[in-house]
Design a protein around this ligand. Structure first.
Ligand SMILES: [Ca+2]
Length: 259
């Protein structure tokens, strides 16, 4: 057999190869009767089933199926990621709700604890200071409602009495704290948002009746104990139950100067 390196003229493909069953083609002699092997080998390689498969690549069906599978997988991963994020956000809402509820209940407790402080009797009668004429004297509760109240008290213990008001506006709990004027008059309220997503707020007022707490016959002037129940709702729904979560915070406080 003549090798390719020993033949100087280019090998012509046309008509030199002959197919054989199961082989592809067989080497044929060239014009001077010598066999040429290379072109036949290349031709056989192109015609083999393995080579044909690799050259054809993916069919349209295969591409569609692959795309569909990838879409399903990516969609599932995205859904899982979204669920995880929603759960995380809801858990943060719960933490914020609990923190806010405790802070509001604690503030209500601290405020009301000092309602009516200081009383007129703590000052010399010669000063003639009263709650109506001085900002040194507190008058206690001035308005009491089921979901709001107003009272006077030196809540920061600086010698000047503040007027404190809790007021529910829609689902927003507002709180106002303003100092009384020198002449004892009360300035306009200055409301600040104290809690949002309030779905329930109830103040229950009590008076001391022969040493026993009673709700009957209660007025602003004789109120000495307040029971507060505040319900807060999460801003978002629980991603699992699709329900908002409500939590109630309660406090019961006796005004130490009024009992
Ligand atoms: Ca004060």
């Amino acid at each position: 057999m003549k090798t390719l390196g020993s033949k100087k003229t280019p090998i012509s493909h046309g008509g030199h190869c002959q197919r054989r069953p199961g082989i592809g083609c067989a080497p044929l002699p060239d014009s001077d009767g010598q066999e040429i092997s290379l072109q036949c080998i290349r031709t056989a390689s192109k015609d083999s089933p393995t080579a044909r498969s690799s050259e054809q690549g993916f069919s349209l069906i295969e591409l569609l199926v692959t795309t569909l599978v990838m879409t399903i997988v990516m969609g599932s991963l995205l859904a899982l990621s979204n669920q995880s994020q929603a759960r995380s956000e809801f858990e943060q809402d719960l933490v914020a709700l609990n923190q806010s509820g405790r802070e509001v209940a604690d503030q209500i407790y601290r405020d009301i604890r000092l309602a009516g402080f200081p009383q007129q009797k703590l000052f010399a009668a010669s000063l003639n200071w009263t709650a109506a004429t001085s900002n040194k004297v507190a008058s206690g509760f001035t308005t009491i409602n089921a979901n709001g109240l107003t009272f006077q008290g030196d809540i920061d213990n600086d010698g000047v009495v503040e007027v404190v008001e809790y007021n529910l506006s829609g689902t927003t709990l507002r709180r106002s704290e303003v100092e009384k004027n020198n002449d004892g008059t009360v300035p306009s309220a200055d409301y600040q948002i104290f809690a949002e997503n309030v779905t329930g707020l109830t103040f229950t007022y009590n008076r001391l009746n022969s040493g026993v707490w009673a709700t009957a016959g209660v007025t602003a002037a004789n109120t000495a104990r307040v029971d507060a129940a505040l319900t807060l709702q999460t801003p978002r729904q629980d991603p699992q139950s699709k329900q908002y979560r409500n939590t109630t915070f309660q406090t019961s406080v006796v005004a130490r100067n009024l009992e």
